[in-house]
Design a protein around this ligand. Structure first.
Ligand SMILES: NCc1[nH]cc(CCC(=O)O)c1CC(=O)O
Length: 315
């Protein structure tokens, strides 16, 4: 018996995305997975790129210009106004508190979570006093913790821009997410750092898809491409971040493994890397309280030089 092909939606679904090459690659992946899951033709989904504030302002660190909201506010508005039906995001760039009117309806299977070191083969072979190009507080603090001799230089812009800046000698080494490089088909670039020595950012490597909370039809379609282990890990990492009260200035690194039972290892730092507090916890998927408890333990053990960058659990 052959199953009839489900009809495509009555009109093309409009998928909103930022317009950087990485965001566009993520949007195509989301579209491909959605049409494949439902047996639709590719033109059942139309990709609509938006220029996000975060992409317009390139000369200052993200943390100084308004933080992660700069990646989402245009797409949030488009969703709210019905200009698009769903939006795709790097979950790493999505604030921990989202508007109630929006729902993260699908998380695609998490890609390689590791950071890749470019310009040296290992942390230990980075030349003494080398300049690390990064504007991420987590990458800067974690590097200074391991290699206090390294100098940090600000480095913003999309993946290609950062690689070009490195090439031009603005820094000696840089760090990029393996997931992003992979999605841009730059797989030969750099050397991945293992989680045993170097922790990624919360939700690194995960693509999230949001739609309006009251759009039951869209939520139903998107649920077909939701990956349960990724959802368990990413939601736990977001619960940790929420309970830490972290902002874009907060140096926090975390990695969660598992699906039904999760193992979470998290570290918080002082921005100068002098202090590092790291703890691990094991808990069941969906147990946000356990992730919050890990956050409280980290903060309780952190010296002021670390905890001052975190506001703690929301009241
Ligand atoms: N901060 C920008 C950003 N947001 C998501 C990714 C990579 C893809 C991902 O982590 O899912 C990147 C680039 C990078 O950090 O190298």
């Amino acid at each position: 018996m052959t199953r009839p092909t489900p009809p495509s939606p009555p009109r093309p679904l409009r998928l909103g995305t930022r317009r950087s090459p990485l965001a566009m690659a993520q949007a195509r992946e989301a579209r491909d997975r959605l049409v494949a899951a439902h047996g639709w033709s590719e033109d059942a989904v139309e990709i609509l790129p938006v220029l996000a504030s975060g992409d317009r302002i390139q000369d200052r660190p993200l943390a100084d210009i308004g933080g992660k909201a700069l990646w989402t506010k245009e797409l949030d508005a488009w969703l709210g106004e019905g200009e698009i039906d769903f939006a795709v995001h790097s979950m790493k760039d999505v604030e921990t508190v989202r508007p109630k009117a929006l729902t993260i309806a699908a998380l695609l299977p998490r890609a390689d979570v590791r950071d890749v070191l470019i310009g040296a083969t290992r942390l230990g072979t980075i030349p003494r006093g080398a300049r690390l190009g990064t504007s991420a507080p987590r990458r800067a603090a974690q590097m200074l913790n391991l290699r206090p001799d390294v100098k940090i230089v600000g480095f913003r812009g999309n993946v290609a821009t950062r690689l070009a800046k490195l090439q031009a000698g603005e820094a000696d080494v840089t760090l990029l997410a393996a997931a992003g490089l992979e999605r841009l088909e730059q797989t030969g670039v750099g050397h991945p750092l293992e989680p045993g020595e170097w922790l990624p950012a919360p939700a690194q490597g995960a693509i999230g898809i949001e739609c309006r909370t009251d759009d039951e039809t869209m939520r139903g379609w998107l649920s077909a491409i939701d990956d349960a282990p990724t959802r368990a890990q990413v939601m736990a990492e977001r619960a940790l971040l929420l309970a830490l009260g972290g902002s874009c200035h907060s140096p926090v690194a975390v990695l969660t493994n598992g699906s039904d039972m999760l193992t979470m290892r998290a570290a918080i730092f002082s921005p100068d890397g002098i202090f590092r507090v790291e703890r691990e916890a094991e808990f069941a998927a969906g147990d946000d309280d356990a992730a919050a408890e890990l956050a409280r333990r980290l903060l309780a053990e952190a010296p002021e030089a670390v905890s001052t960058y975190f506001s703690g659990p929301p009241m």
